[in-house]
Design a protein around this ligand. Structure first.
Ligand code: SF4
Ligand code: SF4
Length: 259
């Protein structure tokens, strides 16, 4: 009988929310456990099996010299490496440090800053090692996660559409909050996957799934200005969970410079 493929889940700088999404797969997780060997998943079990691994899911960003070395070991031990969530795909909310002096933060936050060994920037996993697929979200969506894992186990490309949250609004029949209510919304530039959750509750999207493929952020900024949002605040809305994703960082910097 052929051996079951080995699945590993790794944590770097993160809140564990994306790993919890794996645990929350419920019935799908049981089905998955029947198909693969969950070989390394310390959030679920301290019993770990040595690599190599067929598929590694990596949560979190690289923020310390130790993690910068550890991710290379994970890469070496993994046939496919999939990053999950805003921390792993863009540096996460902790990438707000990238816009400031990290030493100033450590002096303010820690009583003994000399014990802190940290990098100047929080970076995405793909800035450190080769990544086979990036799954966005803060946290990730269960349905997209199941699709990505099953696709890689079956040796095919995952079907995760690169369109915006706006398309999800249209699909579910949600009235556009920006057109109908003048509500600022990052939906036009944000990767789909959440099912347009926030607009379905009559509020704007704040971009937790990060930039979609080829987003027109400059055009959206122009519309936000027409709605009365200041340049300073536009810079701030692009600097949240995915502040260091290139498209959001460039748009926040452009607005900050003109504020
Ligand atoms: S509510 Fe936001 S996400 Fe939905 S269609 Fe309007 S702009 Fe797009
Ligand atoms: S609508 Fe936007 S902010 Fe809300 S869950 Fe979806 S991607 Fe995140």
């Amino acid at each position: 009988m052929p051996k079951a493929p080995k699945l590993a889940v790794w944590k770097f700088a993160s809140c564990d929310g994306c790993q919890l999404t794996v645990l929350n797969l419920e019935d799908d997780l049981l089905a998955l456990a029947g198909t693969v060997q969950i070989a390394h998943f310390l959030e679920a079990s301290s019993a770990a099996v040595r690599g190599p691994y067929d598929v590694s899911l990596v949560e979190g960003s690289i923020t310390t010299p130790h993690d910068a070395e550890r991710i290379k070991e994970v890469r070496k031990a993994s046939r496919m490496l999939i990053t999950i969530g805003a921390c792993a795909t863009s540096g996460g909310i902790q990438a707000l440090r990238n816009f400031r002096d990290v030493e100033e933060f450590t002096r303010i936050v820690y009583a003994k800053p000399e014990y802190i060994d940290t990098l100047e920037h929080s970076t995405a996993i793909a800035d450190n090692v080769k990544v086979d697929f990036e799954l966005r979200g803060c946290p990730i969506d269960k349905g997209q996660l199941v699709e990505v894992i099953t696709a890689y186990l079956a040796g095919r490309k995952p079907t995760v559409r690169p369109h915006s949250v706006c398309v999800e609004c249209k699909r579910r029949g949600t009235v556009c909050v920006m057109v109908a209510r003048g509500e600022p919304c990052l939906g036009p530039v944000t990767q789909a996957g959440c099912g347009a959750l926030c607009p379905s509750y009559a509020r704007g999207c704040y971009g937790c799934f990060g930039p979609m493929e080829s987003p027109n952020t400059a055009s959206l900024s122009g519309r936000l200005i027409q709605l009365g949002v200041t340049r300073k605040n536009i810079a701030r809305v692009f600097r949240t969970f995915n502040a260091d994703a290139a498209a959001f960082r460039e748009e926040s910097d452009a607005n900050d410079a003109r504020a």
